[in-house]
Structures are given as C-alpha cells and as structure tokens.
Write a protein that binds this ligand. Structure first.
Ligand SMILES: NC(=O)c1cnc(N)c2cc(Br)sc12
Length: 314
C-alpha cells in the first residue's frame, strides 16, 4: 500500500466513523481507536502534505482567529416564516393554500431554536457556510461550521447544492457550558439559542470547536441537475448524501393530520435534548410551492406554529 493509499484509507475510515458517531449516533469503534487513526493521519499529512484533501477530518479545526467575519450574500435568500398561534390560524393557512393549488400534502417538522445557516457544496465539497443575517446578507463562518462534526465536509456524490439548516446547542451542553463559565467568573448565556449564536460567531474556530454545536438540515435550497418532486423526497436525499436531517418529519394528508401531529409535538417537546420554538408546516409538493411563491417576507407554502409558551419569548 502506498503512503497515498494509506492516507486515503485513514481519511475514509475516520469520515465514516465521524458520520456514525455524530450523524447517526451509532458509534462502531472506541474513541481510543478513532484517536489512534487520527494521530496516524495527522503525522502522515504533515510528512506528505501533497496528499492532504479539503475533506480530511484533520481540516475540521483549522484556520487562525479572524479579526471580523466577511459579509456573504446568500445565493438563495433565507426567508423567515409567518406564524400561526392557533388551530384556527392553521386552518386559515390551509384554506389559502387550497384556494391557490387545490388539495395538498403537508410535512410537519420541529422548529429548532438555534440559528439558521446556509451551506454551499461544490462538486461535493463543503465550500462556504454563512449565518442568515438579514436574510440577504449574512456572515461567512465557514471555518467555524467545519468544526461541527455533523456537517459533512464531502457529500456521497460530487454535487453542486445549497442547503439550509439550524445550528443549535443541546440542552445538556448548554448547562455544562454555563457551569464552566460560572467557575471562570464569566457571564452566563441566557438560553441555548444565544449560546449557539455566540459560539458560532466566535472569531477563533478553536473555541467554536469546544462548544459542542450540532445542526439539523431542513431544506434543500438549490441543486444542479437533479429534479425532486417533494420536500420529503428532498430530505431523504439529503440524509443519503450524509446530512443530519430533522428527526421528526411527518407527512400529513390534510390539515387535520397536521393539527394532530402538532399536538403530539406539544406533548413531547420538553423531553427532547434540544430546544424547539414551535413546529413548521410546509407544503410537500415542490411544484405547488413554486405556484404559491412568496410574499415580500415569507413563503406562502409554509407557516410556523408557535405554542402558547412561545408567546412570552423575546
Ligand atoms: N424544519 C424547518 O423547516 C425549520 C426548523 N427550524 C427552524 N428554526 C426553521 C426556520 C425556518 Br424559516 S424553517 C425551520
């Protein structure tokens, strides 16, 4: 086996085990075995840098601290969602949708309480990641996003695509971080969303890397050369490409099933290991979304349902 073959073998094995551990939460080897392979790869890449590739796991925590973040104009504007606060408002939304495109299937997902990011992949490689900002221009936080182990550095296929996801900090990590900050005499983060935002917008990637951030990808914004019919199909496709996709995805035949699922989420959400700030209801058929289009601010094909507790949120 040549040195180049060994480096490729280690890179592929480490990326596979990273996927199993951080995306599927199904580790197959011990941390020790992982660390030994990583140490060998670091040594070989130092000796033979010509064989280093952008998707090598050694490239996750790279980059020097920045003075500031570069602004980044989103390829696809990152819209916000209109809100519904009651069953009646959900039914009003359903009536508007059906008046325009007839009967539709909906998909219900959790609304993750973190910060939205856009991830761009070119020929299968992660190239640019940015925060939402004002929806048009955000901040380039690529090096910080690379430290999030559940973000693939390379897709299964060599595709050009753009996804949107929500970076979040698990509740347990948030508690642990605030305990550490109290011991160091530092200020608390008020909630996991602020902690995630403060951690992702750290100028030093080495600090971000220690903050235990995670991500759920929830929308395929754009893809070259592939036509998908529904949102549910798009999420399955993103899972296949190696993304960590929202875990609770319910395809509903009608608004009655949507309301049933929203009530189910209400009853289980406090037990989830991450904060949510509602549920998202989206039209499943992608061509019907095109017909529905968007207002100046929001898509007409989606709405966020906010649970009563959300109302007091700042
Ligand atoms: N599942 C989803 O679509 C989803 C989850 N979490 C969020 N914070 C958001 C925000 C928008 Br806009 S959509 C969405």
């Amino acid at each position: 086996m040549t040195v180049e073959d060994r480096i490729k073998e280690l890179r592929d094995k480490l990326n596979h085990h990273n996927y199993m551990y951080y995306v599927l939460d199904k580790p197959e080897i011990s941390d020790y075995e992982y660390d030994m392979m990583m140490r060998e790869l670091i040594e070989l890449e130092e000796k033979y840098p010509q064989f280093k590739t952008p998707d090598s796991p050694t490239q996750r925590v790279g980059g020097e601290p920045l003075k500031e973040f570069e602004p980044f104009t989103h390829v696809v504007p990152m819209q916000s969602l209109a809100n519904a606060f009651s069953e009646g408002e959900l039914r009003d939304f359903d009536r508007r949708v059906k008046a325009s495109v007839g009967d539709v299937e909906y998909v219900v997902e959790l609304k993750i309480d973190g910060l939205s990011v856009e991830l761009i992949y070119e020929n299968g490689f992660f190239t640019v990641g940015s925060t939402r900002g004002d929806g048009i221009i955000g901040e380039n936080v690529t090096n910080n996003l690379k430290t999030i182990r559940s973000i693939p550095l390379r897709l299964k296929d060599d595709l050009n695509l753009i996804v949107r996801g929500e970076v979040f900090m698990p509740k347990a990590s948030f508690e642990k971080l605030n305990e550490e900050r109290e011991l160091n005499g530092e200020s608390f983060f008020a909630n996991p969303r602020n902690a995630a935002a403060g951690s992702l917008r750290q100028l030093n990637p080495k600090i971000t890397a220690k903050r235990d951030l995670d991500i759920f990808v929830f929308n395929l914004q754009r893809i070259d050369g592939i036509k998908l019919q529904t949102h549910a199909e798009a999420l399955e496709f993103l899972k296949y490409q190696g993304f960590k996709v929202s875990p609770h995805i319910k395809v509903c035949k009608n608004i009655d099933e949507v309301i049933e699922d929203i009530n189910y989420i209400r009853d289980i959400r406090d037990s989830l290991p991450y904060e949510t700030d509602g549920a998202v209801v989206k039209v499943n058929d992608l061509s019907k979304r095109e017909i529905l289009g968007s207002t100046a601010k929001d898509p007409r094909w989606a709405i966020a349902f906010k649970y009563p507790a959300e109302r007091q949120k700042t």
